[in-house]
Design a protein around this ligand. Structure first.
Ligand code: KIV
Ligand code: NA
Length: 264
């Protein structure tokens, strides 16, 4: 069994093989997702909402992510493990280096940062210090209070153009993976085609290089409400392994997300 790496993820994009990704926060689920063939596991700061029951992700700490990253790492053999940098933990490049070091030591193979142009120096500096970076654009939940709620981004032409430009800037700065959250499918398609690196969507239509869901949403058991872009895969069989299998298969086939789980 070959481990998933930044180079195999890049090759998947080039070979037009879609990437499947889920969040995971503990060893048991990580192991089960890994055994079913998931490509990427993200220790998301969504854990603030689905594990801790908060209304947003802002209260999550580096220690929280490091704790869960250690657990996920122990359960994972094949999948590529990405850890979220929490709110304000990368406010300056120096802070980012210190905090990324903790997450990499805990077992992450890449860290994810939310935001655009302002992160260029941080991304370059992390790369130079041996830390691969995943970008995150569109609805970046750490900015929920700037957005005035969890709202679809990039709906007007100017905003769409800005998100596309930021994606190109992040790629030039050195990100090796990009997450696009809650943007219209057409914009996500355009960004995916404009970049050489793999692009993974959530609420961004089915024309990206891959898909990610929060595991609790995929099982339909989230404490908070169920987002429109998510799908309850436990409904069909009632079996967790079958649900994960169905999710991975629908991602690979490009049948998830369908129009009802996308924005136009
Ligand atoms: O925190 C998280 O789970 C995420 C994904 C939704 C991409 O950032
Ligand atoms: Na996140």
């Amino acid at each position: 069994m070959k481990k998933v790496s930044t180079s195999s993820l890049l090759k998947m994009k080039q070979d037009k093989q879609r990437i499947s990704a889920l969040t995971a926060y503990d060893a048991s689920f990580a192991k089960m997702f890994d055994e079913q063939g998931i490509d990427v596991l993200l220790i998301g700061d969504s854990l603030g909402m689905v594990l801790q029951g908060a209304d947003d992700t802002l209260g999550v700490t580096v220690a929280d992510i490091a704790y869960h990253t250690k657990a996920v790492r122990r359960g994972t053999q094949r999948a590529f493990v990405v850890a979220d940098m929490p709110f304000m933990s990368y406010a300056t490049p120096e802070l980012a280096y210190q905090n990324a070091a903790q997450l990499m030591s805990a077992g992450a193979s890449m860290v994810k940062l939310e935001g655009g142009s302002w992160l260029q120096e941080t991304i370059k500096g992390l790369n130079e210090r041996g830390v691969p970076v995943c970008g995150h654009l569109g609805l970046t939940p750490q900015s929920v209070h700037v957005f005035g709620g969890f709202k679809v981004q990039g709906r007007d032409d100017l905003q769409a153009e800005q998100i596309l430009e930021q994606a190109k800037e992040l790629e030039r700065a050195g990100i090796q993976l990009l997450v696009l959250e809650c943007i219209p499918s057409g914009l996500a398609e355009k960004i995916t085609h404009s970049l050489n690196i793999p692009v993974i969507g959530i609420g961004a239509g089915n024309l990206t290089d891959g898909q990610i869901l929060v595991m609790h949403d995929m099982f339909g058991i989230s404490a908070n409400y169920m987002p429109k872009f998510s799908k309850n895969y436990l409904l069909a069989s009632g079996d967790m392994r079958a649900a994960v299998n169905d999710f991975i298969r629908e991602v690979q086939e490009g049948t998830f997300p369908s129009a009802e789980h996308s924005f136009n």
